[in-house]
Design a protein around this ligand. Structure first.
Ligand code: X8Z
Ligand code: ZN
Length: 595
């Protein structure tokens, strides 16, 4: 009898506790512990994945999968426990942390430990496969992606280009089945966390509803689309001249292998084909770097120098000791460039297989932008140690790279003389080939992936849907017939490695907004494309105001801190390229625009 009464009493006490409303103090306590735990696991995860990406072996892959699994398990558990505080009125900062806690995982996992493990293992194996990927032209001539990128940037032989394109894309079909399984498992995780699917979860991290975000993207795309069409039309006509109408159809899409890049995502490498008269405006950054015998580390030093000229502290000694700058000869590494913040404090690094060329000079600035952002917000609490949104993170270094003007190169001793004259078209065209050509590519990857996650695109039409979208947004077509035996999306790093991509589209627009604000802050007046704010402490201080906020406030607040504007807008981009747009449209007279 006594035992029954005791049991009833316990039951009563328990139900009372479950019913008592949690307090703000409890929520604060919960969040404090959650942040500490997640931060510790994130550091372990970074260490393990750093080693995995630098030494791809079955063992490092297993160790990385373990660390990711542990962090994913903890995040899932904490996100679930946090539901206890649903409906509780909290101070805005705390409420924001609860929201962000549920959004931290890029790959949400099912609660079932066996399924979660299966998902994390597939995830690491896909990234490993991509990193190991090679195309062997003959048994003794195997090319990794760094080599393929180099040849595709220089070769003007359509047969060779086609062969390399097909060869590289052959790394992907073995990933197809695992990718489909990964999508199913991760979707299950997203649903268990209360989202419709993984894509909806990704779209929820922009301080607005997923629907509003999609609409905003469409608005931005419509703003820049006319400029893209003008560029596409001009480039296509020049390629017809170069390769003939049998290789390039004068009124159709452009073949994906002819644009100087395995994914046709940036076209700057075909600038020499575009038939601009050699002008004294012209300089070749790759040649300047080679002429000065600048090596990989030297290129990074130039990048650091730009940031310190704005008033940022130099990078710590450990950055130089621990980063990877060049491709090791004797092992597989993930060469796709990345920036790391191992301990969320000062252990900053980049990992990159640098080649001495202009393209990599720009990428170095891109990566350092990540590192300087990470350091600027290191004193924020862990859940706010992120970009205002992920597009901001990608745009910091690119905004700096826009300020690599002839005048800047001259100031740092890379260019003897600033070219005189007033014809900016060649330089603007070079920039547009990289930055405007990229925009529809930046947009479409996740347009494809969101539909994959929502089930609108199924494994049975993965590849067809991919090429439908590349045609629709970019006017690009594959050089050979494709089928569902192919899996072309996974020949792109971010698909294989499950890195969201809309961030790069946003960055492609934001970088001009940041750049214009930094130019104004430095006191510059004149055509936007000629501005460099190198050495401006005023610009640096304003930049830092935005950077140090991390993700502590909704992103419009961060944008406002630097630019005074609260909307992402392509106005600055269009202002920058206005002289080029006018010139392109004159050249394009009589041509069919579009495909
Ligand atoms: O992946 C990157 C960076 C690392 S965050 C090198 N980028 C995108 C790509 O290479 O596809 C930068 C531009 C777009
Ligand atoms: Zn990046």
């Amino acid at each position: 009898m006594k035992a029954v009464i005791l049991a009833l009493f316990l039951l009563f006490a328990l139900s009372l506790q479950a019913q008592t409303k949690p307090t703000v103090a409890e929520a604060e306590q919960f969040m404090k512990q959650a942040e500490t735990r997640l931060n510790d696991l994130a550091v372990k995860g970074s260490q393990a994945t750093w080693v995995q990406s630098n030494f791809i072996t079955v063992d490092t892959e297993a160790l990385a999968a373990d660390a990711i699994d542990e962090a994913t398990a903890a995040t899932t558990e904490l996100a679930e426990q946090s539901r206890r505080f649903d409906g509780l009125q909290m101070p805005p900062d705390l409420a924001r942390k609860f929201k962000l806690l549920r959004l931290t995982l890029t790959a949400p996992a099912p609660k079932d430990p066996a399924l979660r493990r299966e998902m994390t293992q597939i995830g690491t194996s896909l990234e490993g496969d991509y990193g190991r990927g090679k195309y062997c032209r003959t048994p003794n001539d195997c090319l990794d992606i760094t080599a393929i990128e180099r040849i595709m940037s220089e070769s003007r032989n359509p047969d060779e280009l086609k062969d390399l394109w097909v060869g590289w894309h052959a790394i992907a079909p073995p990933m197809r089945q695992r990718y489909a399984r990964f999508v199913a498992l991760s979707n299950q995780g997203a649903r268990e966390m209360g989202f419709k699917d993984v894509g909806a979860m990704w779209r929820s991290n922009y301080d607005m509803s997923p629907e509003e975000f999609s609409a905003d993207l469409e608005r931005l795309w419509q703003q820049v689309r006319p400029l893209y069409l003008s560029l596409h039309t001009y480039v296509r006509a020049r390629l017809v001249q170069k390769y003939g109408p049998n290789v390039v159809s004068p009124d159709g899409p452009i073949r994906a292998d002819l644009l100087g890049n395995p994914w046709a995502q940036e076209w700057g490498n075909i600038f020499p084909l575009l038939g601009l008269p050699q002008s004294n405006q012209d300089y070749d950054l790759s040649a300047l770097l080679k002429a000065k015998n600048v090596d990989a580390k030297g290129m990074v030093k130039y990048g650091e120098g730009f940031f310190t000229s704005l008033g940022f502290e130099p990078l710590p000694g450990t950055f130089w000791e621990r980063s990877l700058f060049t491709k090791p000869a004797d092992r597989d590494v993930v060469c796709h460039a990345s920036a790391w913040d191992i301990d969320n404090q000062d252990d900053l690094r980049i990992k990159m297989c640098i080649q001495v060329r202009g393209e990599d000079f720009v990428t170095i600035h891109h990566e350092l932008g990540h590192n300087f952002y990470q350091r600027a917000y290191k004193n924020e609490p862990p859940l706010f140690e992120s970009g205002a949104n992920d597009g901001f993170h990608e745009a910091i270094g690119d905004a700096i790279a826009l300020a690599i003007t002839p005048e800047y190169l001259n100031k740092v001793g890379l260019l003897e003389k600033v070219p005189a004259g007033s014809n900016d078209v060649p330089e603007l065209l070079k920039q547009a080939l990289d930055r405007v050509a990229f925009l529809p590519f930046g947009l479409l990857i996740d347009q494809w992936r969101w539909k994959v996650f929502s089930g609108e695109i199924t494994p049975a039409n993965y590849n067809q849907a991919w090429w439908d979208m590349r045609l629709k947004y970019e006017g690009i077509a594959p050089p050979v017939k494709r089928s569902e035996a192919d899996f072309d999306p996974a020949a792109k790093y971010h698909v294989a490695a499950n890195v969201p991509y809309t961030r790069y589209f946003l960055a492609g627009i934001l970088e001009f907004q940041f750049y214009r604000a930094l130019c104004r802050e430095s006191g510059y007046k004149g055509p936007l494309n000629r501005c460099t704010f190198y050495g401006s402490k005023a610009a640096g201080a304003k930049f830092n105001k935005m950077l140090e906020m991390g993700q502590s406030k909704p992103w419009p607040d961060a944008l406002e801190a630097l630019t005074g504007e609260r909307q992402i807008d392509a106005g600055a981009l269009l202002e920058y390229f206005a002289p080029l747009k006018q010139w392109l449209d004159e050249q394009n007279k009589g041509q069919k625009v579009g495909w």
